[in-house]
Ligand binder design. Structure first.
Ligand code: ADP
Ligand code: MG
Length: 430
C-alpha cells in the first residue's frame, strides 16, 4: 500500500478552524503521565498550524473509558457479564456500584492532564469540558488565529468507536479542515480518525506523513538487500506480516517465540516452547513460499532454553534440533546471535518486528540486543514496527540509531501486512 497524501503544508490554514486528531493516549500511573513522548511527537504539527494562523482544535482518545458524556452511561460487556453471574438479589447494588465507578472516568481519563503537559511544553492550549457539547462549541467558535483548544476524550461518547455519522458530522462542524496525525489509531475507522473526513477537507500531519513515507518506501521501493527480521510471541499474530514481507524482501530472519512453530514444522522437538500446533501448516506454507521466491530464509541454529517461563529460571544454550522435553526456548542462542548479525551486514533496508526472545528479562535479552546492535551498525535504512519491539529497542538504548521507530503498534503491523488503514485512506491524495 503506497500513500501519497496531502499534508498540512499543501493547504491554506490561515484563519481556519482546524480539527487535529492526535494520539494523546499516553501511559499513566497513579494519575501521572509516565512518558510524554506522544505529546512531544505531536508538537511539530501543532506548532506549524499555530504559526501559520490556524485556529487549532485538538482531539484524542485516552484509555478505554465509559461513555460518560452520553445521556446514559452503559457498562461494557465484561462488566455486564460479571453482574449477571451474581445472585439476583446482589445484582442491583453491583450495577449501581459499577456505574458509579464508571462515572469516575470523567476525571480519571480526562485529557486535562494532557492539556497541562502541553502548557508545560510551551503550547498555551485551553481545555474544553466536552467533545461536541456547548463548552467545546463555544470555545471553538471563540478561537483566534494561532490559538489552541483541546477537546475532551473522544471516547467519552460511545459514538466515537461506532463511527456514528451523526457524531462525526457534529465533531466536524467545529472546524473547516481536518488533520489526522494519530498513526496509532489509523487502522481504526472511528469518528475522529476517519468519519470526520466525510465532512471536511482532510490531510495528514507530520507524524503520519513520516510514517507513510518511510514505511511506504521500504515496502514499495526498498534499498536492497532488503532484510526482514521477524520475531515476537506468536506466528498467529504475524502470518499477514510474514506473507506480505516474503513477497518483498531478499532475506527473512525468524526469531522469538514464533521460531518454535517453524521448528515443529521441520520435525524438531520443541519441548515446552511456545508452539502453535494449528499454525504448523501455515509455517510450512510460508517456508515453501520463501523457497519459491528465492528468499534467503534464516532461522535460529541454537537457543537459550529455560526450565519454565520465569525470569529467574535456570537456563542453558542448546542447538535447535536438540531441545529436550521439559525445556522451553526463551531466546536465540550465541551462535545464532552471530549468524543473524552477519546476515545483517550490508543490508540496504531492514524492517524489524518482534523481539528475538523474552527481552523483558535480562537473562533472555541478549538475542534482541545483538540484533539491535547489528541493525544499528549495518548502516541500513532501519524501520522498527510493533509496540514491544519499539519498547525493547528503546530500553536497550538503540532508539537513536534507527531510521524510524513506528509510533503505532497495531497500525504499523497492519501497514507491514499491506492492509489499507482507514485513517489514512480517507485523506486527500496529492
Ligand atoms: P510486537 O509488539 O513488537 O509486535 P509481539 O507482541 O509479537 O511484538 O512480541 C513480543 C512478546 O513476545 C514479548 O512479550 C516477548 O516476551 C515475547 N516473546 C519473545 N520470544 C519469546 C519466547 N521465546 N517465548 C515466549 N515469549 C516470547
Ligand atoms: Mg506486542
Amino acid at each position: 500500500m503506497t500513500y501519497n497524501k496531502k499534508t498540512i503544508e499543501d493547504i491554506d490554514v490561515a484563519g481556519k478552524r482546524v480539527l487535529v486528531r492526535c494520539d494523546f493516549n499516553v501511559p499513566m500511573k497513579s494519575g501521572v503521565i509516565t512518558d510524554k513522548k506522544r505529546i512531544v511527537g505531536a508538537l511539530p504539527t501543532i506548532q506549524y498550524l499555530a504559526k501559520n494562523g490556524a485556529r487549532v482544535i485538538l482531539c484524542s482518545h485516552m484509555g478505554r473509558p465509559h461513555n460518560v458524556l452520553d445521556e446514559k452511561i452503559s457498562l461494557n460487556k465484561k462488566e455486564k457479564k460479571k453482574i449477571a453471574e451474581l445472585p439476583e438479589e446482589e445484582q442491583k447494588a453491583a450495577e449501581k456500584a459499577a456505574l458509579e465507578k464508571a462515572a469516575r472516568d470523567v476525571s480519571e481519563l480526562s485529557l486535562q492532564i494532557v492539556c497541562d503537559a502541553l502548557n508545560e511544553l510551551g503550547i498555551a492550549a485551553k481545555m474544553a469540558k466536552d467533545v461536541v457539547g456547548p463548552d467545546a462549541k463555544a470555545k471553538a467558535a471563540a478561537l483566534k488565529d494561532g490559538e489552541v483548544l483541546l477537546l475532551e476524550n473522544v471516547r467519552f461518547h460511545a459514538a466515537e468507536e461506532k463511527n456514528d455519522p451523526a457524531f462525526a458530522k457534529e465533531l466536524a462542524s467545529l472546524a473547516e479542515i481536518y488533520v489526522n496525525d494519530a498513526f496509532g489509531t489509523a487502522h481504526r475507522a472511528h469518528a475522529s480518525t476517519a468519519g470526520v473526513a466525510d465532512y471536511l477537507p482532510a490531510v495528514c500531519g507530520y507524524l503520519i506523513q513520516k510514517e507513510i513515507s518511510v514505511m511506504g518506501k521500504a515496502l514499495e521501493n526498498p534499498a536492497r538487500p532488503f532484510v526482514a527480521v521477524l520475531g515476537g510471541a506468536k506466528v498467529s499474530d504475524k502470518i499477514g506480516v510474514i506473507n506480505n514481507l516474503i513477497e518483498k524482501c531478499d532475506t527473512l530472519i525468524i526469531g522469538g517465540g514464533m521460531a518454535y512453530t517453524f521448528f515443529a514444522a521441520m520435525g524438531n522437538n520443541v519441548g515446552t516452547s511456545l508452539c502453535e500446533a494449528d499454525k504448523i501448516e501455515d509455517a510450512k506454507a510460508m517456508m515453501a513460499k520463501a523457497r519459491e521466491r528465492g528468499v534467503n530464509f534464516v532461522i535460529p541454529v541454537d537457543n537459550i532454553i529455560g526450565r519454565e517461563y520465569d525470569e529467574n529460571t535456570p537456563y542453558m544454550a542448546i542447538y535447535s534440533d536438540s531441545i529436550p522435553d521439559g525445556w522451553m526456548g526463551m531466546d536465540i542462542g550465541p551462535v545464532t546471535r552471530e549468524l543473524f548479525a552477519k546476515t545483517l551486514i550490508g543490508a540496504g533496508t531492514v524492517v524489524w518486528n518482534g523481539p528475538m526472545g523474552v527481552s523483558e528479562w535480562k537473562n533472555f535479552a541478549a538475542g534482541t540486543e545483538a540484533v539491535a546492535k547489528a541493525i544499528a551498525e549495518s548502516g541500513a535504512i532501519s524501520i522498527i514496527g510493533g509496540g514491544d519491539s519499539a519498547e525493547a529497542v528503546e530500553r536497550l538504548g538503540y532508539a537513536d540509531k534507527m531510521t524510524h521507530i513506528s509510533t503505532g503498534g497495531g497500525a504499523s503491523l497492519e501497514f507491514l501486512e499491506g492492509l489499507e488503514l482507514p485513517g489514512i485512506a480517507c485523506l486527500q491524495d496529492k
